[in-house]
Design a protein around this ligand. Structure first.
Ligand code: SAM
Ligand code: SF4
Length: 314
């Protein structure tokens, strides 16, 4: 269905947990988050029921996220349940990759079509420092496991952070020469722990593009502008929520792990879905779609949402 600005909303990001085995400095405080009580988190059945209701409102694509979706108990049941909904044409998952060595194969069997794997740096010591608890080796083994399990069209997401990984952009581009991946650079958004970081940490995609004039534009996909190095197997994507408001093209809604519908990542507005069923659930989702704001205001001020990314679902 369309929102009041004529955008057809067909994409749901469902957070299945706010917990994570990493503590990326821009996303989560070191001590982690206050664990939601079991009662507050959507159950496996409620996750599937929410997607079923969203599908009746026109959603055809679902991305599972978190927190880290692969630490959620019952993740394979959630995937199987969603993949069995006839209207859902595409089921994707965003992960830090650490649990893919044991889960990539089962996820594919459970009906996951595509994976996005986060990888902000290619240097082991930086990876450990940024994630606080992870290792680069785990992430690379996760990517290898995804390929072995037969996932194609892998997207590797790197959040660009001035003074942290902006000297590695060339190394990331080089990866696409051999690998058929889409390496996507995501602008850091001022929310949660990084809301007050120095301005120099926030880099615009445009500034990166200007440094690499050899990148040739290819067809845009969704909200990503895409490029390719001449002769490369893979592509390079730029997701620019900060500098280029992509709101006019935004077709997404989100449901948090505690069952709150957010029609904009950066808005304070939330519609509680927990406890609703059938028609009531569907009506609440329709209301959320109709209330989707026209745009966010990140270019003028930090995100309006008091939540950090792990508490919404990136
Ligand atoms: N744990 C999974 C992962 O890291 O891929 C899924 C959840 S994570 C919140 C989803 C994505 O959001 C990751 O690619 C992460 O880098 C990104 N992210 C988190 N905080 C962000 C921020 N402030 N600005 C931009 N991207 C952010
Ligand atoms: Fe965890 Fe993903 Fe947030 Fe890193 S970005 S702390 S892996 S949820």
């Amino acid at each position: 269905m369309k929102d009041q600005y004529g955008r057809a909303v067909d994409y749901l990001r469902l957070s299945v947990t706010d917990l994570c085995n990493y503590r990326c400095r821009y996303c989560m405080p070191e001590e982690g988050v206050c664990k939601l009580s079991h009662r507050d988190v959507l159950s496996v059945e409620e996750c599937v029921e929410a997607v079923r209701a969203a599908a009746r409102c026109g959603v055809t694509k679902v991305r599972l996220t978190g927190g880290e979706p692969l630490v959620r108990r019952g993740i394979l049941d959630i995937c199987r349940g969603i993949a069995a909904i006839p209207e859902i044409q595409e089921l994707c998952l965003t992960t830090n990759g650490s649990r893919l060595p044991e889960l990539a194969g089962p996820l594919r069997l459970a009906g996951v079509d595509r994976l996005n794997i986060s990888l902000d740096t290619l240097r082991p010591e930086r990876f450990a420092a940024m994630t606080r608890t992870g290792t680069l080796r785990q992430a690379l083994e996760g990517i290898a496991a995804a390929e072995e399990a037969g996932f194609t069209g892998l997207k590797v997401n790197a959040v660009l952070i001035g003074g942290f990984n902006d000297d590695e952009i060339g190394d990331f581009l080089d990866l696409t020469v051999e690998k058929p991946w889409e390496v996507r650079f995501i602008e850091l958004m001022p929310m949660g722990p990084c809301a007050e970081w120095d301005r120099s940490c926030f880099l615009s995609s445009q500034a990166v593009l200007e440094r690499f004039p050899q990148l040739e534009p290819v067809e845009a996909r969704g909200v990503a502008l895409r490029y390719r190095l001449p002769g490369a197997r893979g592509t390079v994507g730029f997701i620019s929520p900060l500098s280029h408001t992509f709101c006019a093209k935004c077709r997404r809604i989100r449901i948090t792990a505690d069952g709150r519908l957010k029609s904009c990542l950066h808005s304070r507005e939330e519609i509680p879905l927990k406890g609703l069923r059938g028609r009531e659930l569907e009506e609440a989702i329709r209301r959320g779609i109709l209330q989707k704001p026209e745009e966010h205001h990140l270019t003028q001020r930090p995100s309006d949402t008091p939540r950090s990314m792990n508490q919404i679902g990136g």
